[in-house]
Design a protein. Structure first.
Length: 206
């Protein structure tokens, strides 16, 4: 009885028993990543441009937080390295933008996929291909996303002179592509079918 053992000086010896398990073999599959450009890397004939501010707007208002961007097809697990776009006009000595990645539902951008605050500057009236380094932000997009809206959002500007207004990105006619724009944060998105900006991501994908 257990109650009797509690009051005795008996020593109980336990004998171990070895149990042999079946052999387990672990193997590792090497995942080969391939460099991929997602988006449009060409500039066409250079006749079409996406402007942030139009001729009819009286002044530049940084509080509007205008956005311009495109729909990109992912369809693979990808590590995003950088964003690139072709600037064709720039009347500003300094500009500050935010990069946004949105989920697409019913053809329109909805919730943010990447919650990080990705800010970059364009300085000294820069023209040409501009690269935004995204490596420090460790952005990974999974293949089940399939499509993503990538935009740049205007935050602040310093004009070159009093009349400075124009900042544009090269665009091309592209029947299978879609561009997005909205005039201020929380405003309604507008789509432009058959148009795409010279705007692409460099990525390492499975």
């Amino acid at each position: 009885m257990i109650s009797e053992l509690n009051h005795s000086n008996n020593i109980i010896l336990l004998q171990s028993e070895n149990t042999e398990l079946d052999e387990v073999v672990l193997s590792f599959k090497e995942i080969k990543l391939k460099s991929k450009k997602i988006g449009r890397t060409s500039t066409g004939l250079g006749l079409t441009h996406f402007n942030f501010y139009s001729y009819y707007e009286k002044d530049v208002n940084d509080r509007l937080s205008k956005e311009r961007g495109v729909k990109l097809k992912i369809r693979r697990n990808c590590h995003i390295k950088d964003l690139n776009f072709k600037i064709t006009s720039n009347n500003f000595t300094s500009l500050k933008f935010r990069v946004n990645f949105y989920k697409i539902e019913d053809g329109l951008p909805t919730e943010l996929l990447i919650k990080k605050n990705i800010i970059f500057d364009v300085k000294d009236n820069f023209l040409g291909w501009f690269k935004v380094d995204l490596e420090p932000h460790e952005i990974y997009l999974k293949e089940d996303i399939e499509e993503v809206a990538v935009t740049i959002q205007w935050l602040e500007s310093v004009k070159r002179d009093a009349k400075s207004k124009y900042f544009s990105i090269s665009a091309v006619a592209s029947p299978l592509n879609t561009a997005y724009l909205r005039e201020k944060a929380m405003d309604t998105w507008t789509t432009i079918g058959g148009q795409s900006m010279s705007f692409y991501l460099n990525a390492m994908c499975e």
